[in-house]
Write a protein that binds this ligand. Structure first.
Ligand SMILES: *[C@@H]1O[C@H](CO)[C@@H](O)[C@H](O)[C@H]1NC(C)=O
Length: 260
């Protein structure tokens, strides 16, 4: 066998057995940033770290009936309702089949934060146009959830998993699985200098996608003025996508400290 062919063959074999890199969707929780979603992060972290819910999601492109059923299953509009100005946020996301496999949690969050999360998911799932190939590129698929800038968010960095009175399941107020948040995983350094928190851990070479906006002022304005339509899915955020992109980075190793 010719040498270059031989090496191509070896790398094919090694590639077949090396685990493929994980793809993370990285939520920026706090900071002077229109991507901020502190209450949404609190709900996600409560699910991921206090309720031991999965952090690996599968986007199955659900229709509106399925999405609404997932919302009700998480307690949205069933075990609790949100006041005007707030919206019910579910974890795992109603856009994923992961929501069907567990007892999901939900929390009322400010509307604009829910819209910002929707913008981020839309961008990550569809990533068309100049960012085609980033994120899921419009195809059903799996990914893992991570967090950046968790600041002082209780369920992301605190140790106390007691319900703050705002976490629900379809059975009423959520009961924590753990007294303290899950301590697996940790903080990791990325090749762009940032750090992120992976509740399930990460490996060198894992790919981290962070939804971002070009003009943060505009993004903030749009998320505040957007009127949420429960009959539509994430496509209702399509008109905001020209202002969004998905930043790609890679895990280079663990960061010092254990807090996100
Ligand atoms: C960003 O958006 C705001 C609000 O629409 C606008 O006033 C501003 O000019 C934009 N900035 C840039 C650099 O385009």
């Amino acid at each position: 066998m010719h040498t270059s062919k031989f090496f191509a063959f070896v790398s094919l074999i090694v590639g077949a057995f090396a685990p493929p890199p994980k793809h993370f969707l990285n939520w920026v929780c706090t900071g002077q940033d229109s991507d901020d979603i502190p209450d949404v992060c609190n709900n996600m972290c409560y699910g991921a770290t206090c309720k031991s819910l999965p952090v690996q999601m599968y986007w199955d492109q659900p229709d509106s009936t399925t999405r609404k059923r997932r919302g009700r299953n998480a307690g949205c509009g069933t075990s609790h309702t949100c006041s005007s100005g707030q919206q019910c946020d579910e974890y795992p996301y109603a856009s994923t089949s992961t929501a069907d496999q567990v007892t999901a949690v939900s929390r009322c969050v400010p509307r604009d934060q829910n819209n910002r999360q929707g913008q981020g998911l839309r961008q990550f799932y569809n990533s068309q146009g100049s960012f085609k190939g980033d994120g899921l590129g419009g195809n059903k698929g799996g990914y893992t959830v991570g967090f950046a800038n968790a600041g002082t968010i209780q369920y992301c960095i605190g140790t106390n998993c007691a319900n703050d009175g705002k976490e629900y399941t379809r059975n009423g107020l959520a009961k924590r699985d753990r007294i303290q948040r899950r301590n697996a995983g940790g903080l990791y350094k990325l090749n762009n200098g940032a750090t992120f928190y992976a509740p399930s851990g990460a490996e060198v070479g894992d790919i981290v996608w962070t939804p971002k906006s070009h003009n943060k002022t505009l993004s903030l304005e749009m998320s505040k003025s957007h009127v949420f339509d429960p009959d539509q899915g994430l496509e209702q955020y399509e008109y905001m996508m020209f202002n969004m992109y998905t930043e790609r980075s890679e895990v280079v190793g663990p960061a010092d400290g254990d807090e996100a």
